[in-house]
Write a protein that binds this ligand. Structure first.
Ligand SMILES: [Zn+2]
Ligand SMILES: [Zn+2]
Length: 744
């Protein structure tokens, strides 16, 4: 008999396939649809039954050559050949598997498919596309849930069947089981083998009812989490009802068909509700090379080793710092980087505060200054802190931990460490304990304490250490984790001060960008930076003029009323396009254009075309032939950001170069101090020698500056240091620096 089926193609083989309803899902369906008999000629050990008398008792794979011989002997074999095709193997032990039709208990999920799909629509998925995508697709293609497993270990299926009439009894509780059973095991134990000893009496025929010898799919157990955790419905009704559906679950993307599905289906079927309100779907974690981590290949960095080495928070921070639903590359490099990039800097900030707070005896209870009375810089930081709280809360509300981590890092590194503390150092260093000093302490203390709370859920250990260090005998909750999460307080956003310092930082950033553009290192002082900006921005610059000049290492910062004087047009000929159109006259055209560069460029920029006279004809040229670019005036570097233009004069003078060298020298000494682990206020004596006379002259000339920057009481020129220390390189020549510690 041959039946038609669209699943068979002509591209492979003859277009006719044999059907074995007991060994393939499609075969089974097609036979069923065509009312063909179902028969099972193989037993559960994979051996032929008596239905195949010729090969009875043989393992099916071992029977292959015998079957071929059998057919050959009877002249029934057309051809025998080896054929390569896919075959299922056991993932654990690698032995070949048989598809096998087996009687199984199902949950008829398809009967409630619409409801299950509908309930999914109100779950908040992160990322959102999972709802209609991966999860939605899986629900739409739903098949009935094959619930039973032919295993020994697991939750026994609570179904008893009458061995006489086939009546079924489903048991719903231990109590019911005890009531209805006529034979019980000696100990009340719901697992196999004990549970199989319970025998029930059939209500219909009085026969013996025995338990179906199967266990339940483990995914049922995971899906039961929402009610099983309360032992509901047997007790804790109120607790269950208060907590169902749960607010939030999270797991890997591979759980779409696993936990997410089993939770959702049980919620829908049992309670007509979704089981969870929101779900964060995590991407897979790969190793740093982007490969799947494998225990057998050992191709990953052991997390415990990393935790020992860098701390649990650094590991956590690295993972949090990536988009949760993207694939994460995880390894030592990233963890070490998180430690260095963030925690190292945060610790420095705390240490800075604690060191000076102790020296000055700062007591928050006594010295706290009202925020309103703090400086512009303080108010700027306090405002930034509020904006941080707002931003982090928003990010956490939608589970974008990476956005929160990014905001916190930016705040700690750029705002707190690189700007606030650096620009406030002298306020902490100075002798007099005035309002300005206490204002700085108040601001830094408040900021660090709030920070410990902000990072508490993301870096719980570091947050606690920080919080305990900052406790300073204050009356506070015992642990950072007993505090409420910081609330955004718009009253602590000082708009005017915030804007002013942001303006200053923007201008500084653009000047630095111009310096970068010009390829001049930061330590080389320059003469002038010309800034084109709005009135408000310039007012901010004027109010903070010393700061700007100091930050960018430029002698003068001037305002530029308009751009035209410092910008010139340039024309770049497109030789291919010109050659195509003007052939032999191309060279002449390019030459002509070069002579009238400014006019042509400006006209193309403004009108889109320009006219060039060529052999008495006016030729129209456009961007097609000449690309127009704006260049800064000769000798200047230009940068622009959000409407702020800077033209930086790159010319140096011998004096400026000298200053640059001295700054380089000071930096070398500071590196030396660091290498010796000197206290910040340790006075030193410098003994130096220079290969280049230019350098020794420069240092001599700026001796006072060198002394104050390096805390040296003396700078002695001493050729004998050449024998005592290794030279360092300074602008291409050798310098010998010996740092001696003054006896106290
Ligand atoms: Zn196996
Ligand atoms: Zn019965």
């Amino acid at each position: 008999m041959v039946v038609g089926y669209e699943g068979v193609s002509l591209e492979e083989g003859t277009g006719v396939v044999h059907m074995a309803p007991a060994f393939g899902e499609e075969d089974y369906e097609v036979c069923k649809a065509n009312s063909l008999a179902f028969f099972q000629p193989v037993d559960s050990n994979g051996k032929f039954t008596s239905e195949v008398s010729e090969f009875k008792g043989l393992f099916v794979k071992d029977a292959d050559p015998l079957i071929i011989r059998y057919l050959k002997e009877r002249n029934l074999l057309v051809k025998s050949e080896r054929y390569k095709h896919n075959y299922p193997f056991c993932w654990r032990c690698g032995s070949p598997l048989l598809y096998y039709a087996w009687p199984t208990w199902f949950v008829k999920t398809t009967a409630r498919k619409e409801k299950i799909i509908e309930l999914n629509s109100s779950i908040a998925w992160f990322p959102e596309h999972i709802r209609e995508g991966r999860f939605g697709d899986f629900l739409r293609e739903m098949v009935d849930w094959a619930l039973s497993r032919n295993r020994y270990w697991g939750t026994p299926l609570p179904v008893w069947v009458c061995s006489n009439c086939g009546e079924i009894e489903v048991i719903g509780s231990v109590q019911e089981l005890l009531q209805k059973s006529v034979k019980k095991p000696e100990r009340l134990e719901l697992h196999r083998p004990y549970v199989d000893e319970f025998v029930l009496r059939c209500n219909k025929c009085g026969g013996e009812m025995r338990r179906e010898p199967v266990v339940i799919d483990v995914w049922y157990d995971s899906g039961a989490a929402t009610f099983a955790r309360y032992h509901y419905p047997f007790e804790n009704r109120e607790q269950f009802e208060n907590n169902f559906p749960v607010d939030f679950i999270t797991e890997g993307v591979d759980q779409t068909r696993g936990w997410f599905y089993s939770l959702h289906v049980l919620g829908s079927l049992l309670f007509d509700q979704m089981a969870f309100k929101s779900c964060l779907v995590i991407g897979l974690v790969l190793n740093e090379q982007g490969e799947k981590m494998s225990k057998s290949k050992k191709n990953y960095d052991d997390p415990w080793t990393l935790i020992e080495k860098y701390g649990a928070d650094a590991l956590r921070w690295q993972l949090l710092g990536t988009t949760p639903w993207d694939v994460v590359r995880f390894g030592e490099r990233g963890v070490a980087d998180a430690k260095r990039r963030f925690f190292g800097i945060l610790e420095n900030c705390v240490t800075f505060f604690l060191t000076y707070a102790e020296l000055d005896g700062f007591d928050p209870a006594l010295h706290t200054v009202e925020f309103e009375k703090t400086s512009t810089l303080d108010k700027w930081l306090l405002s930034k802190l509020q904006l941080l709280i707002k931003g982090v809360r928003q990010a956490l509300d939608v589970y974008e931990f990476n956005a929160a981590v990014e905001l916190i890092e930016k705040f700690v590194v750029d705002d707190l460490s690189q700007w606030y503390i650096r620009r406030s150092r002298r306020r902490f260093w100075k002798e007099e304990k005035d309002l300005d000093k206490w204002a700085a302490y108040t601001t830094l203390y408040h900021t660090l304490l709030e920070l410990s709370k902000i990072i508490a859920p993301l870096a719980p250990f570091s947050a606690e250490v920080m919080y305990q260090e900052l406790a300073l005998k204050q009356k506070m909750p015992e642990s950072v984790h007993l505090n409420s999460y910081p609330q955004y307080n718009p009253e602590l956003v000082f708009e005017k001060e915030l804007e002013e310092i942001e303006d200053v930082r923007n201008v500084v950033e653009v000047i630095r960008a111009a310096r970068n553009e010009g390829g001049v290192k930061t330590r080389q002082p320059l003469l002038v930076a010309k800034v084109y900006c709005q009135d408000r921005v310039w007012k901010s610059v004027e109010k903070n003029y010393e700061v700007v000049v100091d930050e960018v290492n430029v002698k003068k910062v001037e305002r530029l009323p308009n751009l035209s004087e410092y910008r010139v047009y340039d024309l770049i000929p497109n030789k291919a396009a010109i050659g195509k159109r003007f052939k032999v006259k191309s060279v002449v055209l390019i030459e002509k254009a070069n002579q009238e560069k400014q006019r042509i460029a400006q006209e193309i920029a403004e009108k889109g075309y320009a006219l060039v006279e060529l052999d008495g004809e006016k030729e129209r040229v456009t961007e097609e032939e000449f690309r127009v670019v704006l260049k800064p005036k000769e000798g200047f570097a230009h940068a622009e950001r959000s409407g702020i233009h800077v033209f930086l004069d790159l010319r140096t003078t011998p004096e400026l170069e000298e200053e640059g060298l001295v700054r380089d020298f000071v930096r070398r000494v500071q590196i030396g101090r660091k290498e010796l682990n000197l206290e910040f206020d340790q006075k030193i004596k410098l003994r130096v020698w220079f290969e280049d006379e230019r350098l020794s002259k420069a240092v001599l000339k700026h001796e006072e500056y060198v002394k104050s920057e390096t805390l040296a009481s003396e700078v002695a020129f001493d050729p004998s240091v050449v024998q005592q220390v290794e030279p360092v390189d300074l602008d291409g020549s050798k310098v010998w620096i010996k740092i001696e510690i003054n006896p106290l």
